[in-house]
Design a binder for this molecule. Structure first.
Ligand code: G6P
Length: 369
């Protein structure tokens, strides 16, 4: 097993470090280098069929559902098609509103999660076309879906998902760009610009992974906490949910993610002296609003760990410490912000002496209901 970990002390850390490659492989042949466009030759439907869809459901569990939340914002922004994200265990017992222009996307690393598979089967029974994003060739989800976009993350062993998440988000970016291409909702030049940013991501992830010491120190500062909060707005909120899940899964510290603007409607009551708050402020459109939320928690004594874009000199004034992530186009930032959050969870768990790869009570793939 030690050899399989490739010199790392856990599968999780190894898989975190495999992300530049996983992201590169998932983009791989799906980018037309010359035209700077996306190609998805695996789709069985024609461009005209795809362009006709005007409503999307994204259904998944756990970390895969969090990837779906990033996908929703991106799909809506680039295609103007409404997207609803649902957890599979809820969705399968709902009475969803389908039309003949509804497409369902299921996301599953393993392709074997019972609730996700059941939701897929229900949709198919209703005549809805299902597109799967999965990491496992030959899995039940891959076999039963009408369309499959594989993530090429390679086998993921650690229970806490890392490289599968980033690869799923990449698959969603590619699908969203392709959908926008066939719908004509983005100009060729806009697509080319995003594609260039996409291609720079592996190197930027690599840069984050080359400088983990500040994140390890953050982890030390929260390792004895009993409860902490992640806050963000927009895409930062989607990433907050994943950062919070990662931390609670493997460190057993109680943690909640909140849309920062919603704090004052209840959660702010829990902020007192030295409660750690992880605050993400990477989204330019809502940056000022986010800073005011940070000031609100600081005023109540919170110990705030901020995440900002490279070049941001302001956030440091309002927080107790800042981690900078490389700049990219705002829609793609989640892929970069999530990396230090994964590392934060990893180092916190390791500092607490816990089994990083096999957290108590959890399974890699939940194949029973
Ligand atoms: C389990 C795993 C999670 C994963 C979720 C969904 O809870 O521990 O890491 O996100 O299942 O799994 P899937 O294979 O469907 O993506």
């Amino acid at each position: 097993v030690q050899a399989e970990k490739g010199g790392y002390d856990s599968f999780m850390l190894k898989e975190i470090y495999e992300q530049p490659q996983a992201v590169r492989d998932t983009m791989g042949a799906r980018i037309d280098q010359e035209k700077k466009q996306v190609i998805l030759p695996e789709l069985n439907m024609s461009d005209a069929e795809l362009a006709a869809y005007d409503r999307l459901y994204i259904v998944a569990c756990g970390t895969s559902m969090h990837a779906g939340l990033v996908g929703k914002d991106v799909l809506e922004k680039w295609t103007r098609v409404p997207v609803e994200v649902a957890v599979a265990s809820e969705f399968r017992y709902r009475d969803p509103i389908y039309t003949d222009k509804t497409l369902m996307i299921v996301i599953s690393q393993s392709g074997e999660t019972a609730d996700t598979l059941a939701a897929l089967r229900e949709a198919k029974k209703s005549g809805v076309r299902v597109l799967a994003i999965t990491n496992v060739v030959g899995s039940s989800v891959a076999r039963e879906a009408d369309e499959v976009i594989f993530t090429w993350a390679g086998p993921e062993v650690a229970v806490a998902s890392t490289k599968a998440y980033t690869s799923q988000v990449i698959a969603l970016y590619l699908f969203a760009l392709y959908f926008a291409q066939v719908k004509g909702t983005l100009a060729a030049a806009e697509i080319a610009e995003v594609v260039e940013h996409l291609q720079e991501l592996p190197a930027k992830i690599g840069a984050i992974l080359a400088n983990v010491e500040p994140i390890r120190q953050f982890a030390q500062s929260i390792q004895d906490a009993t409860s902490l909060f992640f806050i963000g707005r927009g895409l930062d909120y989607a990433v907050s949910l994943e950062g919070s899940l990662k931390l609670k899964e493997i460190s057993y510290i109680h943690s909640e993610a909140y849309a920062a603007g919603e704090l004052k409607h209840g959660t702010l009551a829990l902020i007192e002296e030295n409660v750690p708050v992880v605050a993400l402020a990477t989204q330019p459109d809502i940056y000022e609003k986010m800073v005011s939320n940070i000031v609100e928690v600081k005023a109540r004594g919170a110990h705030v760990l901020g995440f900002a874009l490279e070049g941001d000199r302001d956030l440091a004034k309002s927080v107790d410490g800042v981690i900078h992530v490389p700049a990219t186009t705002p829609m793609l930032t989640p892929i970069l912000t999530v990396i230090p959050l994964q590392l934060l969870a990893y180092y916190t768990s390791a500092a607490r002496g816990l089994d990083v790869d096999k957290p108590r009570n959890l399974a890699k793939s939940v194949t029973v209901e």
